[in-house]
Write a protein that binds this ligand. Structure first.
Ligand code: SAH
Length: 214
């Protein structure tokens, strides 16, 4: 439990009480490797192996809040990583579908989520840039790795009235988190928010074959 973390996040501008409660209740230390557990409460990213990182708590909270979840939604996450973001989302919506490219990370996330008794998150190993067609459409889509552009497939899998948050930009360049809204007629609005730093979304589109990774 981390009430201190929730208070810090509130000071940093997070307002949604449901998001603050979820951040206070999900123990981040369970999602980080043994050697970083003492630093798990700090507002910074941490390594989780395979060259990947667990995002900083502020980013997890901001992206969660940006989806404006009320409780009944189905949400797709691309980039499960440690499973921490998925655990936070599990408290904010009805069902979470999360896709991770690295098999070991997907498996570890499954175990951690099960330890916490979280039952409304499904973890799939695969290329999340293809979304999850069998479960689409989604009321919210969250991408936690930086893409060069908004993947059209993910936009297709967003329900009218739905929201997507996604960092856009090359790994070596400045990236910005975008809030994308699809209105009820299907028109898309793309709002650039602030500068961020994420690991890259990997896939065939970037000239890297997902099967050959890590
Ligand atoms: N949300 C995570 C942090 C994500 S780090 C958490 O809460 O811990 C980004 C993750 O995206 C990494 O684990 C990386 O392996 C994964 N990733 C990168 N490209 C991907 C792709 N095409 N499909 C699915 N996952 C991908």
């Amino acid at each position: 439990m981390s009430e201190t973390l929730a208070r810090d996040l509130e000071r940093m501008g997070i307002r949604d009480p449901r998001v603050l409660r979820a951040m206070a209740e999900i123990p981040r230390r369970l999602f980080v490797p043994e050697e970083f557990k003492e630093r798990a409460e700090g507002d910074h990213p941490l390594p989780i192996g395979f060259g990947q990182t667990i995002s900083q708590p502020f980013m997890v909270a901001w992206m969660s809040e940006a989806l404006e979840l009320r409780g009944a939604e189905r949400v797709l996450e691309v980039g499960t990583g440690s499973g921490y973001q998925a655990a936070v989302l599990s408290r904010l919506c009805a069902r979470v579908f999360t896709v991770e490219l690295v098999p070991e990370l997907a498996e570890r996330a499954r175990v951690t989520l099960a330890q916490l008794g979280i039952q409304n998150v499904e973890v799939r190993q695969g290329d999340g840039a293809a979304g999850w067609p069998e479960e689409a459409p989604f009321d919210g889509v969250m991408v936690t790795a930086a893409a060069l552009r908004i993947p059209p497939v993910l936009l297709d899998q967003l329900t009218p009235g739905g929201r997507m948050v996604i960092p856009i930009g090359a790994a070596w360049d400045v990236q910005h988190v975008h809030l994308v809204r699809k209105d009820l007629r299907g028109a898309v609005e793309d709002l650039e928010r602030f500068a961020v730093r994420f690991v890259p979304l990997r896939g065939a589109e970037d000239g890297v074959e997902p099967e050959r990774l890590p």
